[in-house]
Design a protein around this ligand. Sequence first.
Ligand code: ZN
Length: 279
Amino acid sequence: MLRERVSDDVHIFTSELYAQVTAGLIVSPDGAAVIDTMAFPSETLEILDLAQNKLNVPVKYVINTHYHADHTYGTCLFKGAEVVAHRKCHDLLNTVGRRGLKEAKADNPALDKIEVILPDLVFSRGQIELHLGKKTLALTHSPGHSPDSITVLVKEDRILFAGDTMMPLPYFVDGSMDDIYRSLQAIPPMGLENIVQGHGEVILRGEIDEAVRSNLRYLDNIRRKMERLIEKGKSREDALEIDIESCGKSRIPLSGLVARLHQRNMLALYDQYSKKKAR
Ligand SMILES: [Zn+2]
């Protein structure tokens, strides 16, 4: 796992085991907050060790940016922490999340001790703030990648943990393209120093506007191309012919995973648009 610091009390972790998924640790004299928790216990335990044994702070909060496995499987390793998320995250973990974990355990012995932990502090509208020493964490609903996605802003440092709202390629198969479009549009006006993406590298201040614009452009491109494809009465397989580069994105980030995410986006969009046409 890679570890870096973006400000005095803000640590970022990037997985070397699964899709460069990220997690954060915010440290204060009153305790620490962990934002997302990694997919595999070996990496989660490194975060716990840094907080408890090296920095000597108890983990007071674990924030789940959304219910997906790669962000939540480590939650159960932070015993005694209060788990914070959107209300929909609670509900999705309790249903889809439980089923997914059962299947994942059958395939992967590394997940033996993992259990689903349901958030105890949830919100369903607007924003909530958590106070941790002198830090304020503002949690905001940011749907699109999934219905329950939230972002976490460390107000004093202007660092946004964007969860999977911000990735090298917007991915909305479990959510909605229109929602992720709006959620991305909300980012540039925030006046940020850094964005910690749910997967991939930290985005620096000077790169933020272009990174968000590039994601919005991609969504504009696939919308336009898909509308044309449907108008011409093309098939679902034809949707896969629209490649990622022609939509303005490279296939290189996340070790090439983005090309597969793009294909799944196209199939989901095809299904959505062809249903709309049939009505
Ligand atoms: Zn993810």
